[in-house]
Design a protein around this ligand. Structure first.
Ligand code: AR6
Length: 203
């Protein structure tokens, strides 16, 4: 991971789609992981990961942006899922979005979980990344873009969130059963504070 470059070429990433296997051979983790600053609703990856709430019925932040861009059908499909636990993830179609699927995960509200037990926020955030990756692979997704889960309204400090996210993704990619399953994992940030956090965690 120490050799992972910071990817600034948004245009090549925005073109990533089903044919990415021809263009993106899997050789090492630094061929798989990218950090970008972009609107996740515009990425043509197999799936994007939404920072949802337990109702899965939409909200503000990236959740609101995803629901607006996907159209009404998304909330209708979400309504059938009967919510989602904190730390878990569920998948839907993407409707009017340029990706194929949306993985909805529910991050921890940092302060609330911290007051129950200081170890809870990290355990739950790691679970969000792990479960999202599991759901993506179960659905034959080969490229995935994560919003910075919990770092907005839910108040998770950016550096701590980036550290847990990157470590959990690395753990997942290094499991023997997951080798070669994912060709691209993008940490898609919106705000400069999160970009800087990821650049500190991934030199
Ligand atoms: N593309 C990529 N990232 C974005 C975008 C976008 N279009 N818009 C915002 N972000 P948040 P949370 C970033 O607050 O903290 C909702 O109401 C943003 O800069 O969206 O997990 C849900 O329904 C931040 O880094 O999610 C829940 O109730 C990151 O997305 C609650 O917010 C996550 O910020 C979840 O809070």
């Amino acid at each position: 991971l120490s050799e992972i470059p910071t990817v600034s070429s948004l245009y090549s990433l925005a073109r990533l789609g089903k044919t990415s296997s021809e263009r993106t051979p899997v050789r090492a983790l630094n061929n798989i992981i990218s950090i970008i600053r972009y609107d996740i609703t515009r990425l043509e990856v197999d799936c994007i990961v939404n920072a949802a709430n337990r109702s899965l019925l939409g909200g503000g932040g990236v959740d609101g942006a995803i629901h607006r861009a996907a159209g009404r059908q998304l909330v209708e499909e979400c309504a059938d899922l009967e919510g989602c636990d904190v730390g878990d993830a569920k998948v839907t179609s993407a409707y009017d979005l340029p990706c194929e699927k949306v993985v909805h995960t529910v991050g921890p509200v940092y302060d609330t979980e911290f007051h129950k037990d200081p170890r809870r926020p990290e355990a739950l955030l790691r679970s969000c990344y792990r479960r999202s990756l599991e759901v993506a692979v179960e659905n034959d997704m080969t490229s995935i873009a994560f919003a910075a889960i919990s770092t907005g309204i839910y108040g998770y400090p950016s550096i701590k969130a980036a550290t847990a996210a990157v470590d959990e993704v690395r753990n997942f990619l290094e499991l023997p059963q997951n080798k070669g399953k994912l060709e691209r994992v993008i940490f898609c940030n919106f705000e400069q504070k999160d970009v800087l956090a990821y650049e500190r965690v991934i030199p």
